[in-house]
Design a binder for this molecule. Sequence first.
Ligand SMILES: Cc1cc2nc3c(=O)[nH]c(=O)nc-3n(C[C@H](O)[C@H](O)[C@H](O)COP(=O)(O)OP(=O)(O)OC[C@H]3O[C@@H](n4cnc5c(N)ncnc54)[C@H](O)[C@@H]3O)c2cc1C
Length: 384
Amino acid sequence: MYDVIVIGGGPGGYAAGIRASQLGARVALLEPTHIGGICVNRGCIPAKIWMQAARRKRMIERADVFGIKAKIETIDLQAIVDRRNGVPSDLQMGMAGLCKSYGIDVIAEQGILQNPREVKIEGKTLEAKKMIIATGCALQVPDIPGMGEAAMTMDDMLGMTQVPASLLIQGAEAMDVEMAVIMNTFGAKVYLATDGARILPREDGNTSQRITKALREQGIEVLPRLTLESMNKSKGGYEAVLSGRENKTLAVARVSTSTRRPNTDLGLDQAGVELDEDGFIAVNDHLETSAEGIYAIGDVTGGWMLSYAATSMGVTAAENAMGQTSAFNSNLVPGVFGPCRKRLRWEFRKKMPIKWTWMLRLAIVPWLLTVWPWLMMKWTGISR
Ligand SMILES: Cc1cc2nc3c(=O)[nH]c(=O)nc-3n(C[C@H](O)[C@H](O)[C@H](O)COP(=O)(O)OP(=O)(O)OC[C@H]3O[C@@H](n4cnc5c(N)ncnc54)[C@H](O)[C@@H]3O)c2cc1C
């Protein structure tokens, strides 16, 4: 019998496994695909590779300000894709090695809970005193008429060797903004539409406003209060029909959305684990689910849906599984946001006590008052 079985090997599950092992547990980590989860294999890391490529392209384009006359001859998208594939596989090796050094049994199987103490994998059942669910989310194409054929998924974009002439991104989360910048930098005409009043709804209004301005300066059309209704095939691509503050049609080659659905198809009923009203696993501050001895962490619990939040939750859940009393403070999740190398944000997250918000406001420093923009040729960022 294991002390702890972790189901899912993303940034949450991986951290939970290591922390439990550090505290003396015998640990099994179930991961049917690649260790590192969405973050390493299909999300943060591949997106950052593309962002780095975009950044370098923009730096070369603006190098003349520093007296360097350079011209980009060709852009080899396949080389970027090779790097996008290579870095995750190096990271996977490192992560697998670290798990091994901690004595964690990494099992390449999908787990299905049978009850709070047993999980079924291909051909056998494993038993543990405590379970930690870290199954994350799956990206899905929403059920919008005409969407199927027109859709360019995140995977498509992160593996592209051809850039579409134009792209409508319906969504306003950080990853949508990041993809908008990447696609725009490599030559697509990008429309970024959101049903909300502004992009980046999880950030404060000021950050959202600054980034909207920067995106518009780059030529990205930011379209608030517009919802995609349908995609209709037209001569050169698609006609995207949007409604909201006005009725609008856009001629685009492809469309993308980043809808995420929690991976909850793992026998939760059989183990007595309940979901919240949005379909995520419900947890308290100690990351306990409704079933005694089962914890849940990361994207499958909703909330911030960020890697470092998942990792921090993993540590907390492992400590609690090993008899400690730790709480996850969702008010203290740091954030860095720099989709266009023009804006960087680093702050304690919102939903914090009012007095802290005041401290935060006092600490805002416009980059214009520092040496930074003069070096970087970027004028409108702030630090806080
Ligand atoms: C394009 C993109 C860019 C992103 N950029 C950032 C960023 O810059 N910064 C940031 O903080 N976050 C970013 N994110 C979000 C980040 O990837 C997630 O928040 C993070 O991966 C969540 O970690 P997790 O451990 O909860 O789940 P995941 O990383 O989703 O891992 C879950 C794992 O569980 C496995 N699994 C599922 N079901 C089972 C089962 N039944 N049995 C066993 N294993 C199972 C899956 O195979 C998967 O590997 C990005 C996401 C995307 C899509």
